[in-house]
Design a binder for this molecule. Structure first.
Ligand code: BEZ
Length: 255
């Protein structure tokens, strides 16, 4: 899922919070031994391995070959496939589809939901968490301000899909998946690396903004982002981003 090309090493080294904060989501999934579970947007596989530890049979998929290669190296006993969430190849075969921190990268949400509905057996569940409405609003505003200060248009640079509960629940129900739990909550997220943390985060996740800036101007761009973001997001000696999560538990209807 996510962007086209990923730095799997930087992801593991500096952004472990992506899976470390998912404990509650794993509890909501409550995987059982013998179940077949699809981990959609598995990244480097850390949560896939935690699900497998329950005794479930897990398949991890991600659109990024770099992430899948790293996942395979870390967890050679598990199955990982490169697969695009917009065109999932599975049919009525999983007891659950799980997804953490991936679906906000995919604006073609209806294609994803249709694929999830197809992948689940009747009565199977979809347990997912991703960026919800208003997610990282201050970061997006700072990125757009910084582009504008450099004379570059910010139009359509924002790659993220952050729906409301109502919009996403409607989409799921349209595809025969009944929402039983949905919550939108603030999850302030502390970055590693002190002063450099925001620039590191943008290097990892902000390619669609960074790519608009000519290489020699990128240090200035990052400084402009920091300047614009500082009043909202700098806390004494580290950055705290204004993440908002949408957490969903939903069941595929029997008929
Ligand atoms: C998120 O997890 O909400 C997120 C991560 C990277 C970029 C944008 C959003």
């Amino acid at each position: 899922m996510r962007a086209e090309k990923w730095d799997a090493e930087l992801y593991d080294a500096k952004h472990a919070f992506v899976w470390e904060k998912a404990k509650g989501l794993l509890e909501l999934l409550a995987a059982k031994a013998g179940e077949r579970i699809l981990d959609l947007g598995c990244g480097t596989g850390s949560l896939t391995a935690e699900i497998a530890a329950s005794g479930a049979e897990v398949v991890g998929v991600d659109r990024s070959p770099e992430m899948i290669a790293e996942a395979g190296k870390k967890f050679p006993a598990l199955r990982f496939d490169v697969s695009d969430a917009r065109a999932l190849p599975f049919s009525h075969e999983f007891d659950a589809v799980f997804s953490n921190a991936a679906l906000h990268w995919i604006p073609e949400a209806e294609r994803v939901v249709a694929g999830v509905a197809r992948a689940l057996r009747a009565g199977g569940r979809f347990v997912a968490e991703f960026g919800g409405k208003g997610n990282i609003g201050s970061v997006v505003a700072a990125l757009e301000t910084a582009l504008t200060r450099l004379g570059i248009s910010p139009d359509d640079a924002n790659p993220w899909f952050n729906p409301s509960i109502a919009d996403y629940a409607s989409l799921l129900e349209k595809h025969g998946i009944e929402v039983r739990e949905a919550v939108l909550f603030e999850r302030p997220t502390k970055l590693e690396d002190g002063e450099r943390g925001l620039a590191t985060w943008i290097t990892m996740f902000g390619a669609s903004f960074l790519d608009r800036v000519p290489e020699p101007e990128r240090p200035q761009f990052l400084q402009e982002v920091e300047l614009a973001a500082r009043p909202a997001l700098w806390k004494t000696d580290h950055w705290v981003l204004d993440y908002r999560r949408l957490r969903i538990a939903a069941w595929k209807c029997a008929s």
